[in-house]
Write a protein that binds this ligand. Structure first.
Ligand SMILES: [Mg+2]
Length: 460
């Protein structure tokens, strides 16, 4: 997983040392020697991670970080601040301007590489999600989606796995003050695993030393491996100075860590940042799922579209070949539909199509495939159905349209009828496009026979 890293430091020797370490692990390293150069280079070169010195003559690291986070071209690039001091106040200040983490000089190699790997993983995931999101938008798959609205989101559940009961109480008290957050506590590794499965928490805070001699690293990797908690935020609380354990936790998939002793504020800021990131990636994922759904669903009626129907028919065919059972293909077309659009308008026309879709759904079986093939033309495919069943169902559908007027929102009653063409497929005569063609021929026969009719195409 090589990546491009921007090293920012006003002292050439510091840059050289970092560059040598990173280049030895095959990272592509670029440099900047002051704040302004850092900002310009980041915009131009789009690095994957920025290692940012705090003490610099022109602008300090905090100012540079603020600039980077405020600029749309660079706001997504993770920033790690490199500092001579490990004072909690400085960490809080850095986190508040958008930094992802801190490394204290002299830099511990394991901490450096574990953090760089962690940030690269996150960035690659986001880049991929954003890419897919933009592709669905370009394909027009997202045009029906509402923009993400945080107001409707449920509360986030934060699960605690502290070292002692007292510590758990302190965390709970502080985290409960965050808006839209619910806190649940656990007292052992085993309980944490069970509760995570039941409650599916959005975030999990794990102390290095768990109660009842649990193994915190084992807990983290187990939670990461499970589908219920794969996307959860995980924050690891590291006992005094155990930087190498922190590095291991990052490699096992924890999202972030906090070193003891820490100000509660630091934990809160890190938790909030990670939760915001999770909300954003959840949103991108659900856009994508909805976008994919839009690719196969007709937005007006909620039925499958032609693309899905032709694809799915092949599956029905394959199954029929296995079972040896017949199946039925029905093509339906509302009679004189154009007249409705022309006389009472397109809104009424849309209402008729929606209502027709409902009446079809009410009159076929759950296993039947229903699709809108375009305009006022609909398809029903009935697996394991011979001509007897098909006759019965198609006649029932015809009556379901004829027997009850369609009522527009202005109260106008429209008497509508449907013509239906049916083809019965046997396991030896069931090529999808040929079947649709046969059903279409039967449909033409129903139309020319006077409409409001069911017509069967007899296999040659
Ligand atoms: Mg400096």
């Amino acid at each position: 997983m090589p990546g491009r890293i921007l090293v920012v430091d006003d002292v050439a020797t510091n840059r050289l040392i970092l560059k040598a370490k990173l280049a030895a692990s095959y990272y592509d390293v670029i440099e900047a020697d002051c704040g302004q150069a850092a900002f310009d280079t980041a915009r131009k070169e789009q690095p994957d991670v920025i290692l940012l010195d705090i003490m610099m003559p022109d602008m300090d690291g905090y100012e540079v970080c603020e600039l980077l986070k405020a600029c749309p071209e660079t706001s997504h690039i993770p920033v790690v601040m490199v500092t001579a001091s490990s004072a909690p106040k400085e960490r809080i200040r850095g986190l508040s301007v958008g930094a992802d983490d801190f490394l204290v000089k002299p830099i511990n190699d394991k901490a450096l590489f574990a953090r760089v790997r962690n940030l690269l993983r996150v960035k690659i995931m986001f880049d991929e999600l954003k890419l897919r999101d933009s592709t669905s938008r370009e394909l027009g798959l997202s045009e029906f989606l509402e923009p993400g609205d945080g107001a409707e989101r449920e509360n986030d559940t934060v699960m605690l796995a502290p070292a002692t009961k007292g510590q758990g109480d302190v965390w709970r008290e502080r985290i409960s003050r965050m808006p839209n957050v619910e806190v649940i506590g656990t007292c052992s590794e085993r309980e944490a695993l069970n509760m995570a499965r039941l409650e599916q928490p959005d975030a999990i805070i794990v102390h290095q030393r768990l109660m009842e001699d649990g193994d915190s690293l084992r807990l983290i990797s187990a939670l990461r491996a499970r589908p219920e908690t794969r996307q959860a935020v995980m924050i690891y609380i590291v006992s005094d100075g155990a930087i190498e354990t922190a590095a291991k936790a990052l490699d096992l998939g924890t999202s972030d860590y906090v070193m003891e002793p820490f100000e509660p504020e630091e934990l809160i800021i890190r938790l909030r940042t990670q939760l915001q990131r999770k909300h954003y990636s959840d949103q991108l994922r659900s856009n994508m799922r909805d976008g994919l759904k839009m690719a196969v669903i007709d937005p007006l009626t909620g039925l499958y579209n032609r693309r899905y129907a032709t694809q799915h028919m092949q599956k029905i065919v394959d199954r029929a070949k296995e079972s040896g059972n017949d199946f039925a293909v029905m093509m339906m077309d509302l009679d004189r539909f154009k007249l409705i659009n022309d006389t009472v308008g397109h809104d009424a026309g849309d209402m008729v199509l929606k209502e027709f879709a409902l009446r079809i759904q009410e009159n076929v079986r759950g296993v039947d495939l229903i699709a809108r093939m375009g305009g006022e033309e609909f398809l029903v495919v009935m697996p394991d159905a011979g001509s007897m069943v098909a006759k019965h169902v198609s006649e029932r559908l015809r009556r379901a349209v004829e027997s009850k007027p369609f009522v527009t929102k202005d109260g106008v009653e429209l008497n509508i009828t449907v013509s239906i063409g049916v083809a019965i497929a046997s396991s030896t005569n069931c090529e999808p496009s040929a079947l649709i063609k046969r059903a279409d021929l039967a449909l033409y026969a129903a139309k020319s026979g006077g409409r409001n009719l069911v017509s069967f195409h007899e296999a040659a």
